[in-house]
Design a protein around this ligand. Structure first.
Ligand code: ZN
Length: 98
């Protein structure tokens, strides 16, 4: 995934204040800041269809589509970086690393 795409995605997530949920993925360590109680899962695109504009949705959905099928996205609310979370492995890595 291109760095520019990742940066655009991150800006979009921050601008919209995503995720909407306060759920925390406890025990998953942020690879950027080391916190393990600040990582929140991002909503999959279909849950945001009413909130995102057409261009915003195109970007948001594209990043999700490019993920490995076993991965989902999350954001660290402490350092505000975007992470990929590997389902089942309880592990997060920076977006673009896999
Ligand atoms: Zn962090």
């Amino acid at each position: 995934m291109e760095l520019e795409t990742i940066e655009q995605f991150r800006n979009l997530v921050l601008k919209l204040g995503l995720p909407r949920t306060d759920m925390v993925l406890f025990g998953i360590v942020c690879p950027y800041c080391g916190k393990n109680d600040r990582i929140r899962p991002l909503e999959p695109p279909e849950e945001l269809s009413k909130e995102l504009g057409q261009q915003e949705m195109a970007l948001y959905a594209r990043v999700w589509r490019e993920l490995h099928p076993d991965n989902s996205l999350a954001v660290c609310r402490f350092c505000r970086n975007i992470l990929q979370v590997q389902t089942g492995a309880r592990r997060a890595v920076p977006l673009g690393e896999w």
